[in-house]
Each structure stands twice: as C-alpha cells, then as structure tokens.
Design a protein. Structure first.
Length: 142
C-alpha cells in the first residue's frame, strides 16, 4: 500500500507527522528516506508530538548523537540517524537491536545504507524536496 502527500511548509509537514502518529502503533520500524534537508526530522517532530513524546521544538536531528529517545504514554520513539555510520561493525556498536521492544517505534534516517533495515522495515517514508518549502512525501507500508 502506497500513498503520496504534498506539503507546502514545515508546519504542514509537522501536522502530517501528527496525523501519521494516529496510524502508527508499536512495535514498528520506520525507514525515513530523503536527501539532506528533505524534511525527515521535521516529519519526526510531528510524529513525536502526535505520540505526546516531545514537543516539536524539543525534537532535533540526531546527526551527531545518532539516537534520540522520546518517551510518550503510548510508545517510546527512537529517532536514529545513520548518516555517519558506514559499516556493519559501527552499526552494531549502537545496540539498535536492544531498542526493539513491544512499545517502541524506531524512526531511522539513512537506514537504506544497511540491507537489514531495507529487508526488515515495516514502513517506508520517502521525502523529496520539490520546491523551497514543498515536500512530496510517499508512504509505503509492507
């Protein structure tokens, strides 16, 4: 199942993330794909708000910390950025398998670099910049 959405601002992308939160349930792995600046973290801001796990302003890119944890009443969200991870060995040091739990949702940026996430994903969200503020968002459930 695949559907497409077009957003015209960061606020609309955040609002879409809040809507997605209503449709998501743990345990779940979400692969977030898109170039730098495509809006992956912006979408996560809305998802975190939708799960009452964090406010949009508290959600930041985990580019340097690699994993951010947000706890909500319905789920624990792990926002993971694998942009700087290049090998399976580096990936293993993160202990991502330990994060998989019945109440967890892993939101993984740059997960397509590693075959295990491409094969194991439950949901893929592809964000594409199509204008200064416009984003085409494709959601595919597996």
């Amino acid at each position: 199942m695949t559907h497409h959405v077009l957003t015209h601002s960061a606020a609309e992308t955040i609002a879409l993330g809040r809507q997605f939160a209503n449709e998501l349930a743990p345990p779940l792995i979400v692969l977030l794909r898109g170039d730098l600046g495509a809006g992956k973290t912006t979408l996560v801001k809305g998802i975190a708000e939708g799960f009452q796990a964090a406010s949009a302003q508290d959600v930041t890119s985990p580019t340097f910390t690699l994993v951010h944890e947000y706890r909500g009443p319905r789920a624990t969200l792990y926002h993971i950025d694998l942009y700087r991870i290049d090998t399976e060995r580096e990936l293993e040091t993160l202990g991502l398998d330990d994060l998989l739990a019945p109440d967890s949702i892993l939101l993984i940026e740059w997960g397509e670099k590693f075959p295990r996430f491409v094969c194991d994903r439950n949901l893929e969200i592809v964000l594409e910049r199509v204008g200064e503020d416009d984003r085409r968002i494709q959601v595919t459930a597996f």
